[in-house]
Design a protein around this ligand. Structure first.
Ligand SMILES: [Zn+2]
Length: 402
């Protein structure tokens, strides 16, 4: 009896052990998915869907989105995923011509829009949980180089469908080739915060060689180059920031004012001799958040011949509807002119949006509803951003020594 009982207890313990073991394995396998699912959300609304007229126009647009953080997450860009907002199959479905993929390389604990210190780093734990190489666990530079390689690898695995763009020559070739094949998607690599230079000027060239063609100076905290709009001091450009600014312009890297403090934005707009962009965000004219652009800043970007990418998430446009996004676009057009308006979704940026990339036609639909002409819609949905790429990107990558 006791023997039988002993066997039974051992059996139960063994069963429990196996269950716990399986639970552990399941947790390890699905943890990145759980983390991403909890951060990249979609508010599902029952939109009527785009009209036939809008769909027809949408299908012949050249669409450019200036900001997605997809590289931060542990998934294969070339495969359609059940999580997040962007991957190659969904970009193809959405008729997106060029997606800018940004590298998030450090975020503070308790991240908020008002004030963050640079002392903590959420990405360490994420890097470990996602099984990234050890060199990425503590180094923002290594994380960005890892993200760049990940994008390159996805392009290699895509049978030529995903093409990295480094210069004007590649941009022209890509756009020409895409005229005959809308399955092609171009990719541009950007960084969200130049704290990834780790204070070393020489790392600019490393990131440029890795493909960086757009650079935001700050993310959620002040760094060696500039103040963040969410930092503690929110200062202007430092001497190192000024030196870096000039070098990026010389190399043909597009300067991004997103997340920079008002003082830093002023300094950058004064210093700019090339068009600058705000890759993703909203405007205070329609959504009074401290992370959004004032009318003066809109005029400042317009004066450089740059563009403002309107985001699709709640804190950028105070809602997650296509109407809210187009309200912000209307405001940019009113203050900065039609050639200043552009898209910067912030898909996969730990944000809640109203649709994943396949819902992009809702914007085209709403723009038509507001009375924009097809020609104006062409500019807003991508034409303006391609103009900036052509103005700023280097003539030819091969011309640069590295
Ligand atoms: Zn951002």
């Amino acid at each position: 009896m006791s023997e039988t009982k002993g066997v039974r207890v051992r059996g139960i313990l063994l069963g429990l052990g196996i269950s716990l073991g399986l639970l552990g394995v399941t947790a390890a396998v699905s943890a990145p998915g759980i983390v991403e699912n909890s951060m990249n959300k979609i508010d599902y609304f029952d939109y009527a869907g785009a009209s036939e007229e809008a769909l027809a126009l949408h299908s012949e647009l050249t669409i450019v989105d200036m900001h997605a953080d997809t590289l931060l997450w542990d998934r294969d860009l070339t495969k359609q995923s059940y999580r997040g907002h962007v991957d190659l199959p969904r970009l193809q479905q959405a008729n997106v011509a060029i997606q800018v993929f940004s590298s998030v390389s450090k975020t503070p604990k308790g991240q908020n829009y008002d004030s963050n210190s640079a002392d903590s780093d959420n990405i360490t734990l994420l890097s470990i949980v996602q099984g990234q190489p050890i060199r990425t666990w503590n180094s923002p530079l290594q994380r960005s180089l890892f993200h760049a390689k990940k994008l390159e690898a996805a392009a290699k695995d895509s049978n030529g469908k995903l093409q990295l763009i480094h210069d004007r020559g590649e941009l022209a070739d890509f756009l020409l080739e895409r005229e005959g094949n809308q399955d092609l998607v171009g990719a541009l690599f950007s960084v969200e915060g130049l704290h990834n230079l780790e204070g070393d000027f020489k790392n600019i060239q490393k990131l440029f060689d890795a493909g960086m063609r757009m650079a935001g100076f700050t993310h959620f905290f002040d760094n060696e180059l500039a103040g963040s709009m969410h930092g503690e001091k929110k200062g202007g450009l430092t001497e190192f920031g000024e030196k870096t600014f000039d070098e990026l312009q010389r190399l043909g890297v597009i300067i991004d004012i997103a997340h920079a403090s008002p003082a830093a934005v002023d300094d950058m707009l004064k210093r700019a001799t090339r068009p600058v962009v705000s890759s993703h965000g909203g405007v205070q004219g329609t959504c009074m958040e401290n992370r959004n652009l004032s009318d003066d800043q809109i005029r400042g970007v317009a004066a450089t011949n740059g563009v403002i990418g309107i985001g699709f998430w709640d804190a950028a446009v105070c809602d997650t509807s296509p109407k809210a996004v187009v309200d912000a676009i209307d405001h940019v057009v009113e203050i900065g002119g039609i050639e200043t308006a552009a898209l910067g979704s912030d898909f996969d940026g730990a944000v809640t949006v109203g649709w994943d990339v396949t819902g992009m036609d809702l914007i085209t639909h709403e723009l038509l509803e507001r009375g924009y002409t097809p020609e104006e819609i062409r500019l807003i949905m991508g034409g303006n951003t391609i103009r900036v790429f052509n103005d700023v990107l280097p003539e030819s990558f091969a011309d640069h020594e590295h």
